[in-house]
Ligand binder design. Sequence first.
Ligand code: ZN
Length: 447
Amino acid sequence: MVGTLEDEVIEKTGWEAERLEKEVFTRQERFAGLLTREAAVQIIAEESGVKPAPEKEVIYDQLSRAKTTPGASVNVRARVFHAFAPKRFSKPDGKGGERQGKVCNVILKDATGEATLVLWGNDVDLVEKDGLERGDVVEIKGAYVKSVSPLELHTSMLTRLDIAEGDFPDLPLPTKKPVQLSALSPGMQDTDFYGRVMRVGKANEFVRVTKKGTQEKGLVCDCTLSDGKASMRFVAWDENARCLERAEAGDAVKVEGAYVKSNASAEVEAHAGWTSHVVLSPKGHTLASTQEMLSSLYPRKLLSELNDGETALVTAKVIELRSAAVITKCTACGARTESGKCATCGSEKTRSFLMVRCRLDDGFANLPAVLFGREAMDLLGLKQLGIDAGTALELKKDYLIGKDASFVLQAKKNDVSGELEVVVRQVVSTNPNPADVAGDLSKRLEN
Ligand SMILES: [Zn+2]
């Protein structure tokens, strides 16, 4: 006679029935009560070396059938219609400390119905690291039915998750299609788009007041995205900010479920909140390379061709590094100030950033150039301003002087001297592609 899995566990471990109950309870506790008894026994069976029944060919249940079996473990193959942002939470660990957890909701559909899949712990990697996208098909083995109306499936330690390859014509397809950045307008909701990160900021923590009046920590990170035809500020919140911060200039991203608004300067910007999801290195995008994009956004020019106010893509050598200094400005009135308090308006909101002055030469002309903040750091190859600015400059001199670099430059008449100078809007590369340098060279010969 073949006993149940419980009998096998008892036989193998020599436990009393009472001990087994205790072990089941401990596992359920570990999953905050979300583990079924059956699943807990499975875990114990695996841990104690009792072989679970050999895996048969997986039969996938339709969502309509899963709906009739509360508490059961089900296998489902379904299409992703929406992935929400992952959330972090902390819970008492029962020993006076706190335990960090992660959870993420995904809306699934098959031909028979819809379900919310709730991913817990490491299963959130499916969204955070594996780049789950709208329209993907997921295969879920051993999820359990948490509730039937509405249908909610939860993952546990025993659940196996995969993004399936293939077309699966039986499964419905989301009708939503990504739009171009130029098509985004204020008021749009649940919008998908692709873009390349032109520059990314550092994620910043802040404190927000919730609807209940309590305070919680939030995280925000912004970047400039471009799809070659338009570029725009993109702001990611909380776990989406954490994700965006991992992106580097030039990386392709897809944003799903974003909302669009206009900012204080009446510019259109896109946001990813809790209903949105940022995908790094998405599948199947047709974005041009960073260089191609910049060439279509800005004209390629020689320094001698720049007029006041004009922005252009220029390859030039750094022939002189004049100075580097950390300067402080008031964020309220914009005045230069010394310390934490603005001498002009009294505001205590100030911002310190690196400023580098140098001279650029493209073989035909040379112009003084100034770089602020991020661009100054990029030129000196600094991630953080850990050392004295002057020292950083000295250390980089040998490396940078005489080297070709490509920049997005904006020409500007100096307020005092009236001479033309350039403000570096972006350090594209301090190691430009030889083909681009050659392109510039042939442009010079034409002139
Ligand atoms: Zn001020």
